[in-house]
Design a protein around this ligand. Structure first.
Ligand code: SAM
Length: 274
């Protein structure tokens, strides 16, 4: 791939997703474009760049973002956050519900990838909230392809092996026939989640509600500082007063202007009176 082609792809990806591709990502971009060339039956990156500039390139732009974005995730990743939900947020919300009488506990997994994060949260909430609670998790990601996987909620034995056998037994159904060796999240848990494609930086967000907790983890690292600041401001507006924002443990908000309180590493709270 020529430098000018890399520059073009970099610009298009930034405009579309705000993902920053520095020079160190050139090899990775080149490898991932090979798949798009094959899928579009084009012979060169130059032809592919021309396709992206043509009218009607919208669908291919979505495929490009799908190919470029990194979707690495796993069940109970950065487990301290799920312990925090169980030990601090849930007891606090139980008290607040009685005092403030809101009907539903609402969470948002803002870059949910293939679903391991929101299903880990769902398991945590189901086990700690107990019966009699109405709760729901909104799940969003920019990638259509990865959202489809999250919706299906089917995971291989290797992927669920991070969970205790008791949790697998309680929350997953073992596949039979063609699905032997795969596990599907049980329908009751799946019904608590809904999935929408969403670019976190787009202006017309379909999410009108405000949340008790937002997970936005391991996505800010791909953005530059102004984008991170814009994103934190948006997420803060979508938190209920007293609600929590959980970011990845390598994603400190140091150096970003924000109005949140630091509760513990990678855990922030919107002040209750704001
Ligand atoms: C590394 S995964 C993190 C998954 C999960 N939150 C975790 O911590 O395990 C990053 C996800 O962010 C998504 N992403 C990247 N840019 C985005 C954007 N502008 N809007 C929404 N999602 C985005 C990618 O598609 C990918 O699924």
């Amino acid at each position: 791939m020529r430098q000018s082609e890399f520059e073009f792809i970099r610009k298009v990806v930034y405009q579309r997703s705000r993902i920053c591709l520095d020079d160190g990502k050139r090899e990775m971009v080149s490898a991932r474009l090979t798949k798009r060339l094959k899928a579009t039956s084009l012979g060169t990156v130059s032809e592919y760049c021309a396709l992206l500039q043509s009218s009607g390139a919208d669908e291919e732009l979505a495929h490009l973002i799908d190919a470029i974005s990194t979707n690495h995730t796993f069940f109970f990743r950065e487990n301290a956050h799920f312990e925090f939900v169980r030990d601090r947020i849930v007891p606090e919300m139980k008290q607040r519900r009685t005092a403030e009488q809101w009907p539903r506990f609402l969470a948002w997994s803002a870059a949910c990838s293939s679903g391991e994060e929101p299903y880990s949260l769902a398991i945590t909430l189901q086990e700690s909230l107990g019966p009699g609670w109405d709760w729901h998790i909104q799940c969003t990601d920019i990638s259509h392809r990865i959202l489809e996987r999250a919706r299906h909620a089917i995971y291989s034995k290797d992927v669920v092996s991070r969970l205790t056998p008791a949790k697998v037994h309680q929350h997953f159904q073992e596949g039979i026939g063609a699905q032997l060796g795969n596990y599907r999240v049980r329908a009751e848990l799946r019904s608590r989640l809904s999935f929408h494609q969403l670019n976190l930086l787009q202006n017309d967000s379909p999410l009108n509600e405000r949340f008790h907790v937002i997970f936005c983890r391991n996505v800010m690292i791909y953005f530059d500082r102004p984008t991170q600041e814009e994103l934190i401001a948006r997420l803060t507006r979508q938190l209920l007063p007293g609600g929590y924002l959980l970011v990845g443990h390598s994603e400190s908000l140091t150096g970003i202007r924000h109005s949140l309180q630091l509760v513990q590493p990678a855990t922030y709270r919107r002040p209750p009176t704001s």
